[in-house]
Design a protein around this ligand. Sequence first.
Ligand SMILES: *Cc1c(COP(=O)(O)O)cnc(C)c1O
Length: 485
Amino acid sequence: MRYISTRDPKRTPQKFSDILLEGLAPDGGLFLPEEYPTITGEDLDRWRKTLADGGYPALAAEVLQLFIDDIPADDLADLTHRAYSYPKFSEQEIVTVTHLEDDIYKGGLSYGPTAAFKDMAMQLLGELFEYELKRRGQVLNILGATSGDTGSSAEYAMRGRDGISVFMLTPRGRMTAFQQAQMFSIDDPNVINMAVDGVFDDCQDIVKAVSSDLQFKRTWSIGAVNSINWARLVAQVVYYIYIWLRMTDGVAPAEQYDTKLSFAVPTGNFGDVCAGHVARSMGLPIDRLIVVTNENDVLNEFFSTGVYRVRSAAQTLATSSPSMDISKASNFERFIADLLGRDAERVADLFGRQLNEQGYFDLSDDPAFERIVSDYGFMSGSSTHQDRLDTIRHTWEDDGVMIDPHTADGVKVARELKANNEVDTPIVCLETALPVKFSETIEEATGEQPEIPERFQGIEDLPRRVLDVPNDAEHVKQVIVENSS
Ligand SMILES: *Cc1c(COP(=O)(O)O)cnc(C)c1O
């Protein structure tokens, strides 16, 4: 399996281990496999046994082998067993499937160390990074900016690893109490939290300033764990297959492979749902992939109209499903590359030129636009604050299940599509965080406080390790120099 950049007309092939530590390709594109591996009914039958015998990590090792051929299979299995283990994940099964109502289910992906589904990808990434850096005799200083889930998920994945340090910038005083407690209570010398005197955009500007000082970047081995990393995405393909296997366990063997499922996916950077697109492209029996946004509906607009129009920071609203508050969807280029038959020159023109020059591109008149539904199964919908409140209350009172505001966005759209008979297969709504992370909204919706899982009890009383820093890239560089791996 070799990888190519979405913007490289020469299709220069690269190995998995060479793109693992990279973010963007040098030409500004994203990495994709030259071709997706295919899944047959026989593969699924075999994996059903793998899952019964060895659980989630065994299945993950099998699936990942299709994409990673430059790490020996035994080593890969070690990595997946370490990444997906109990009690690091609070459920032995790692991922759960729960019936909500009628033909609507919840895929539970948020039992990892930070109670968000990002752990599914990040825990594996931590193992892969440590493995590959050791193999190369290299170190890595990860620099990032976060306003919530990504930063804490990265820190919990990278803590205590040889040769890796994490420098994470946060806007001072602007995260929820729980999120601050989660990050700042990590007592680990290789995790350095910095609270910047500024907002999230200032943090991102500092990351950009430090990373564009190429001399500094090379000298201090600066890297990132952003959402465009291919390894993060491929880790997420596994749970689509897992959920399909679990959902079809009760179906007669002869009919299993004909059983299709749909997924409702709360979307920000188009990472999670892009993994669904990859699984579907491989041949997993997926009917619809339902892209769900909140009030920041860049993607719902594209899927409804064919116009992809990125927003400015000022046009990006702060909502009660904050992890979906995006101005542009950084993984979206991967799907468009597939839609356009991997036409690298066109992708470069759309994402490299048109977006920069005019802030949007328009595929409404392109024959490809119709194929989004007919060939790729995509649908979309969006949700508001009031929808989230209503959905959280309804799901709690009628189904007895408490869901977080992001998951509620998905459930709201799934219910709507079902009520209008627009989807005739079961819909699995992916749960992207646990309610405990967003207790204010839960209380507003239900009048009750969400349950605090045992592993998070007392976390807000732990001592905090965080450096207050000015809004100044030079100062941040100094902190990196003094604490680097
Ligand atoms: C990151 C995140 C999302 C969006 O996921 P993408 O892969 O960026 O589309 C949704 N919900 C929660 C809770 C998240 O942390």
